[in-house]
Design a protein around this ligand. Structure first.
Ligand code: NAD
Ligand code: GLY
Length: 369
């Protein structure tokens, strides 16, 4: 273990990602940031607090000035400005200043909320990420996107703000329930589809070990995923261009998340959105029919949905068009140019998107066939 990746910008190192199987080396990693001079606020959710907050406090308490823990109810419904306000209040009441440190302990919701607080409290306070879901380890803790939902709009308020360190304790993936674990697999498969077809094959060939959550396989899978994300975010940290390919499956996926009132996980929605986007890619002759069906069917063994009931395709289209992935009047859609390569396309029509949605829409009539 103890592998690491460095995220650079303009050829300068910005932060490290370290891969461990316990929290034991966290204090050592934080020495470089003079942890002994800092108060630490651990921001977490109600579920992760019970699992890991004590372990992290135990490791850090001898090494920092003071530790406080703030938790909020787990789940996407907490990812809003009300939670942000409660955290500001907590930080102010407990006299946190700009030299102190925020620790985001949890999944993507915690990371996005705590990162946004860190970006804005006192115009910016240092923070680190301790991601505890597969989705957060392979995606959301890397790349500096922070933010919250606003009314029905996903991630509408936010900031690009880089952590000082991402410390991954891969063993935390063992306590994830199956649904949340496989939710993260949607983002892992995304990297294969958009960046490297060999990695896609690797995932399929290592299916048994992935199901077993074998630690060595997890380390390789998380490290490879982060490497693909690193390549993209180093070139385009603030999504002026190429970073948008990471949104493969997310345009329709985000619309499903909203339409279903966040009853499906982020990864489940990304899987559905990926099937629809792959279908449009096939219909444009970018990928073959066999490749389309392989992409669709390979989500199934990872417990991810490939069809959905009770949606209104027109409503989903409208939600897609109100998402922030717009460029002027056009939806910035991500298609597959071929297996392992994605492209940004602003010419995808309403008819194509509706056809993609109909491909994943499971109606009562489908039973009769
Ligand atoms: P999440 O943070 O809601 O976590 C899912 C559930 O797992 C929660 O109930 C949580 O309490 C629980 N949990 C977390 N770690 C656990 C563990 N080790 N053991 C047991 N339970 C645990 O969801 P998520 O899937 O991690 O993140 C989804 C969010 O990430 C979405 O809001 C999405 O928009 C965001 N996201 C952000 C980026 C980014 O670049 N910032 C990228 C992708 C997704
Ligand atoms: N998950 C998309 C991104 O980080 O850009």
């Amino acid at each position: 273990m103890s592998q690491r990746l460095t995220i650079n910008q303009n050829n300068k190192p910005i932060y490290d990602i370290v891969y461990e199987t316990t929290f034991e080396r966290l204090a050592q990693e934080l020495e470089a940031f003079e942890i002994h001079t800092k108060k630490v606020c651990i921001i977490t959710d109600s579920q992760v607090k019970g699992l890991y907050a004590n372990d992290v406090c135990y490791v850090l308490q001898e090494h920092c000035k003071q530790i406080a823990v703030f938790d909020f109810p787990d789940g996407e419904r907490s990812k809003n400005l009300d939670t942000v306000n409660l955290i500001y209040e907590f930080l102010i009441t407990n006299k946190f200043d700009r030299k102190d440190l925020i620790v985001a302990l949890g999944g993507g919701v915690v990371g996005d909320v705590a990162g946004y607080v860190a970006a804005t409290y006192l115009r910016g306070i240092d923070f680190i990420q301790l991601p505890t879901t597969l989705l957060a380890q392979v995606d959301s803790s890397v790349g500096g996107k922070t933010g919250v939902d606003f009314d029905q709009y996903k991630n509408m308020v936010g900031a690009f703000y880089m952590p000082k360190l991402v410390y991954m304790n891969l063993s935390t993936l063992k306590t994830l329930d199956d649904r949340q674990y496989y939710s993260g697999m949607a983002e892992v498969m995304k990297y294969g589809l958009i960046k490297n077809a060999n990695f896609y094959e690797w995932i399929i060939n290592n299916m048994y070990e992935i199901h077993e959550r074998d630690l060595e396989t997890l380390e390789e899978m998380v490290l490879k995923s982060c490497t693909y994300k690193k390549i993209v975010v180093e070139k385009d940290p603030t999504e002026k261009g190429e970073r948008a390919i990471l949104n493969f499956g997310h345009t329709i996926g985000h619309a499903i998340e909203k339409a279903k009132n966040f009853e499906l996980t982020h990864g489940e929605c990304v899987a559905l959105g990926s099937v629809a986007a792959a279908y449009i890619s096939w219909k444009r002759d970018l990928i073959s029919m066999d490749e389309y069906y392989e992409i669709r069917d390979m989500f199934v063994p990872f417990n991810l949905p490939i069809s959905i009931e009770n949606i209104d395709p027109e409503e989903l289209y409208a939600l897609t068009a109100s998402d922030k992935k717009m460029e002027g009047d056009h939806i910035k859609f991500i298609l597959l140019k071929k297996m392992g390569k994605a492209m940004i396309d602003t010419t995808v029509t309403k008819e194509e998107i509706i056809a993609g949605i109909n491909e994943i829409y499971f109606t009562d009539e489908d039973w009769d066939e």
